[in-house]
Design a protein around this ligand. Structure first.
Ligand SMILES: [Zn+2]
Length: 438
């Protein structure tokens, strides 16, 4: 009897310590997220509202329309996404996205176009494309491509026939000397997410606690400046023009979701859009399920929604019209900049070169002669800190101004970063392509 008592009392002590340990663990895990919810994010939100109050209608000098959108996004056509138009369209509209260049994973070496979504849907332009082996191509025409011919030959074919070939996931090795690819990601959400490592559990806990109105701030917890990739980009541009752009790389697949199939069956879908189970609906389902959303999901706990990814990072392209051909032509010319739109909408931001009469000689991405140029000029709808970067080095900054002006005396590649004040730091908001002074 005494032995039993001893066992019970020991078990009780062990249980007590275990509970304490779990409670301490939960406290450590959720203290940060709750602090963010009650203190940090409301403060950031207030700072951004103050910034928004400083909006100034920008002067328009660039004689082209500007369109903003997503380069690199996945749909149901990829093995690791279930995304359909019914959820992509409202997300795109809410995030001010005007075009989406898709990058679905190919199903076969023989890759046929067009497919899945392409064309205008309620005013939003979709273009079909493939991502494979860290290469993204959009042929922009009816064609069957053969990936077996090898990457170099495929890039050449796509580019020669008027399509687009871009290097994605630029944190991993590529054939940087390939003479035909046109651009590279200088920011990709997934690239940035990969370096979180040990902070991952904290990120998930924070995302759960802040899944509501502060989800865009929780999402931005992954943000790191991609200094190595930018250094690589600058060095590649010493040899030939390589256009930089931003990629949401959205799959909408880091989630647990459920939906009804026919015959009272329920499908539970887990991370990477994989089916967890298909079975008869039971009482637990009925307890958890709500009304179906636009895509038919009756339950969802998700991290990477289309809306938040689209809003996070966008590429603005100065083009003639909202057509794939025009967007592609101008993107390839470097008439583009990257912006982090969950903070502020960058529409109206301009960066250009003028001559002695104040006439526009060229815009971001263009090559201009040193003999002709008088000034590099930029204007922003919000006051920012401009950083002028020549051949990879910051050569001039100006804080809290709407306008920027610089008289270049030397040839080189001049690009701009615009930063906004946030949480006591100057956070990057816009990255332009360089103006190439020769
Ligand atoms: Zn991708």
């Amino acid at each position: 009897m005494r032995a039993l008592e001893t066992i019970f009392s020991r078990l009780f002590v062990a249980f007590k310590w275990l509970s304490l340990l779990v409670a301490a663990g939960m406290l450590v895990l959720f203290v940060g997220p709750l602090w963010n919810k009650w203190v940090v994010y409301p403060r950031l939100e207030e700072e951004i509202m103050t910034q928004r109050g400083l909006y100034r209608t920008p002067e328009r000098l660039i004689p082209l329309e500007s369109y903003q959108g997503a380069l690199h996004a996945h749909t149901y056509w990829s093995h690791d996404s279930r995304g359909i138009l019914e959820e992509i369209l409202p997300a795109a509209k809410a995030a001010n996205v005007e075009f989406i260049f898709l990058s679905d994973h190919k199903r076969n070496a023989l890759d046929s176009f067009p497919r899945s979504y392409h064309g205008l849907y309620e005013g939003i332009l979709f273009e079909a494309g493939t991502e494979s082996n860290n290469l993204m191509i959009s042929p922009l025409r009816d064609v069957v491509l053969d990936w077996n011919i090898g990457e170099g030959a495929l890039i050449r074919q796509v580019v020669n026939e008027g399509g687009l070939a871009l290097y994605v996931h630029t944190e991993v090795p590529h054939d940087w000397k390939n003479p035909d690819y046109q651009g590279m990601e200088i920011y990709n959400i997934h690239t940035d997410f990969k370096d979180e490592g040990g902070k991952l559990i904290g990120f998930v806990a924070n995302s759960l606690v802040n899944a509501g109105k502060y989800r865009h701030w929780a999402y931005r917890e992954i943000f790191d400046e991609q200094t190595e990739i930018h250094a690589l980009w600058d060095s590649l541009n010493q040899h030939r023009k390589i256009v930089g752009y931003g990629a949401p790389d959205v799959h909408n697949n880091q989630s647990i979701r459920a939906r009804y199939l026919t015959d009272g069956l329920v499908e539970w879908v887990g991370p990477n859009a994989k089916t967890i189970t298909i079975r008869k609906s039971n009482w637990i389902d009925k307890l958890l399920f709500g009304n179906p959303d636009e895509a038919g999901w009756v339950f969802k706990a998700e991290l990477d929604t289309y809306f938040h990814s689209f809003q996070y990072v966008q590429t603005h392209i100065f083009a003639d019209s909202l057509h794939s051909g025009s967007l592609k032509d101008h993107l390839v010319r470097g008439h583009a900049f990257v912006s982090f739109e969950s903070m502020l909408d960058a529409k109206g931001f301009e960066y250009l070169a003028t001559d002695g009469y104040g006439e526009v000689l060229g815009i971001m991405g263009d090559e201009v002669a040193l003999a002709d140029i008088d000034r590099l000029e930029a204007s922003s709808p919000y006051p920012v800190k401009f950083e002028l970067i020549k051949d990879g080095k910051v050569i001039k900054t100006s804080e809290s101004t709407y306008d920027f002006s610089y008289q270049p005396k030397l040839p080189g590649n001049y690009r701009l970063t615009a930063r906004i004040p946030l949480g006591g730091e100057w956070v990057p908001w816009v990255y332009t392509n360089p103006i190439y002074i020769r």
